[in-house]
Design a protein around this ligand. Structure first.
Ligand code: TXA
Ligand code: MG
Length: 310
């Protein structure tokens, strides 16, 4: 693995693209200071240029050199390394590629916990801009196989140990540039846990709005097959995605024991499996059982809402 990571780091340094695992989802990375390299990410994903990228860093010192830290940011370091992205004012001398910022004067930073991601960042020596490794708008990739399906024929080096991503949902995004800290995207780091660390209330961005972080708003994370949410029965032409016991008989179950962590880890994988099945079996819709809307359930329901949005 070490040799492969070195090879991947060299590709990043030379302006190439590398797909790599993180504890949330796979990322599609490039040197965040190289404009040409970063613009390739937008091209290959079909990503709108108005949607900024998260920049991954290997250390707090590196984060401090790219952004302007404040008191809340220092408190939130308790969640690093891990599934939290922090939006801070950009340090204008940081030399971050223009396309990464999409015109904003803020930057989203994340210090990932996955050992391969961390080692890649250290070897490359530069910050790595990396959105999720999927075509824009489609379900994020949580396995090597899915990354290969999307990018094997492209000029992308796939770095992988063939394991699945531990959490299976993208990082929580907290914006510390707003008057009150604002959750821009729900994830494993919950609003409650953030509030308990910074000692103040956070606001949450209203669902499906169209400002600030366009990729997190409106339609996203979507299978080809339409979804029907909070389903308690199966209608004609539907297959079911269950949670816990007691609803209809689902084709797949996010967690038959009703465990929300397990459900999050299975969500994208099972949506992809059902989407594939539906398209080859004339299934018109995926019915999804209700998921409790608290804690990590907030993140699951948020993704489902966007996935179901037309
Ligand atoms: O878990 C994750 O965060 C994964 C892994 C690879 O680290 N990355 C990921 O990236 O989910 P992506 O591009 O799929 O989602 C990043 C989101 C976008 O919706 C973007 O709008 C938002 O972060 N974003 C990036 N920079 C921002 C900024 N300065 N202010 C507000 N939102 C920002
Ligand atoms: Mg994404």
């Amino acid at each position: 693995m070490n040799e492969k990571i070195k090879q991947a780091a060299n590709i990043i340094k030379q302006g190439g693209l590398v797909a790599f695992p993180t504890e949330t989802v796979y990322g599609l990375g490039a040197d965040a200071t190289n404009e040409e390299a970063c613009s390739k990410i937008f091209k290959i994903k079909g990503r709108p240029s108005i949607n900024p990228l998260i920049v991954h860093i290997a250390s707090i010192a590196q984060a401090e050199s790219i952004s302007i830290f404040n008191e809340d940011a220092y408190k939130l370091l308790t969640f690093w390394s891990g599934p939290l992205s922090i939006v801070l004012p950009l340090n204008k001398n940081a030399n971050i590629a223009k396309s990464v910022l999409a015109g904003l004067d803020t930057i989203a930073l994340r210090l990932p916990a996955h050992p391969i991601a961390l080692q890649l960042l250290k070897e490359a020596g530069c910050p790595i801009a990396a959105p999720s490794a999927n075509p824009s708008g489609y379900i994020s990739a949580t396995t090597t196989e899915h990354v290969q399906q999307h990018f094997a024929n492209q000029d992308v080096f796939i770095l992988s140990d063939n394991s699945s991503c531990q959490y299976g949902l993208e990082s929580t995004i907290i914006d510390l540039t707003t008057p009150a800290p604002t959750i821009l995207r729900y994830g494993f780091i919950t609003p409650d846990s953030i509030e308990s660390i910074i000692g103040k209330k956070v606001s949450t961005a209203p669902p499906l709005m169209t400002i600030k972080a366009p990729g997190m708003m409106d339609k996203h994370y979507s299978p080809q097959t339409p979804l029907r949410l909070n389903a308690t029965d199966l209608e004609q032409g539907e297959i079911g995605l269950g949670f816990g016991e007691g609803q209809f008989r689902p084709m797949l179950n996010l967690s038959s024991i009703g465990n929300i962590v397990e459900a999050a880890a299975n969500l994208y994988l099972m949506l992809r499996q059902l989407d594939d099945y539906a398209s080859s079996n004339q299934i018109s819709r995926i019915a999804v059982a209700p998921i409790p809307n608290s804690g990590i359930g907030l993140a699951i329901n948020d993704r489902l809402k966007r996935a179901a949005s037309l």
